[in-house]
Design a protein around this ligand. Sequence first.
Ligand code: ATP
Ligand code: MN
Length: 467
Amino acid sequence: MRRTNVIDALKAEAIGQEIKLCGWVRTRRDSKQGFSFLEVNDGSCLRNIQVIAASDLPNYESEILKIGIGSSVEVDGVVVASPGKEQATELKAKTVKVHGFADQTSYPLQKKGTSFEFLRTIAHLRPRTNTFGAVARVRNEICRSIHNFFLSRGFVYVHAPIITGSDCEGAGQMFSVTNLDLNQLPSKEDNGHKKVDYEQDFFGKPANLTVSGQLEAEMYAMALTNVYTFGPTFRAENSNTSRHLAEFWMIEPEMAFCDLQGNMDTAEAFLKTIFSDVLKNCPEDMAFFNERIDKTVIETLKGIVESKFVRLSYTEAVDILTASKESFEFPVSWGTDLQSEHERYLAEKHFKSPVIVYNYPRAIKSFYMRLNEDGKTVAAMDVLVPKVGEIIGGSQREERLDVLEERMKEANLKPEEYWFYLDLRRFGTAPHAGFGLGLERTVQFVTGMGNIRDVIPFPRTPKNLEF
Ligand code: ATP
Ligand code: MN
């Protein structure tokens, strides 16, 4: 007996085959003619296969009639043409083995639609719903597409460390990593102040979870030319929004001998490839999102694949925002950072398309972004999309040693702590650029899911660490 999954068993070619199929029952219906119909799903696709179990099966009374939603079954049978219009095939059972019943009085996933809020409290079971199964498959397709995009272009996949001894952007908001006993911290005197003695900590110095793999990617780009990282990153930012997680996945390509223009071209081609791969390879799941979650997702993605992204400078963006009649919560003026409401206005209302904003004021961007000729702006770029806002942040990096050191002092960073980063500029420096794409923001955008907590299996957010 050949083991088959639902997606293959539903194909017309399967008709006549004897197969073994395993999965979880979504519904059971009994007919008066002495049959039971089981809708079985195994996660291989959105659809269920209908299993027909006749009353002459030996365990019909004792087991099959007791199968409830959520039970797991192993069915041996023959695939037959379905009289129904919705599917090509169904499975006539020769044997139905029940691996595990699910108590219907306590199983939380009954047929009725349940809210996403409630499903977050049962994150261990929510992958069994249509929505979360579809999210998992689309997320998986996005990851495949990302790897394909870079690997087919000769980029090398580099693994950046998750525990880091350096603070990438000199920003706070990091999680510290320690094995010291927090109730009995070893301390030492430092200029009359009592401080934690990190020499006694595991690494002998403070350690953190990474907020970005960029610095490491830069080091490898300065040898391998084109590289990318793809891993989890952590930010202890207390922003309870529908677009922020404390643990999220980021893809960070870094390209040597590349400027801001090349960076924008890569980012645009990259997003378009992801969107067209998902449309091509996940048509059924995408049709589901389009019907149930957001009626515009497919049309939007198709439009983007065919369009050219709007590109405009920060200065032009500020002009558009100040000229707009929109009443923003945060006022806009040259020199302030764009808030999410401004980003969304540009992408959603003004241009109705993805937008790349570049050349931001130096004061609001990181020290490593390349200073432009005007001395006022840096070669940064953000890709903004409707509904989600910022999906990519990137820049051409400062490759000039003296300028970089100057910028570090401005940002109150100690150049000694970045000696390795500065070394890259001392030895064979080269123009280079890169960006970071948030995986979850991408999944959100593609699926239309409103809350980022629903596009990662087990979301980590302030005051929430279940599962
Ligand atoms: P935002 O202003 O939206 O907080 P950021 O400027 O902090 O974003 P970057 O540091 O440029 O973002 O990070 C690169 C990408 O990582 C962003 O474009 C976004 O897609 C994603 N990202 C950043 N912070 C988060 C977060 N807390 N949760 C999920 N994704 C994030
Ligand atoms: Mn942020």
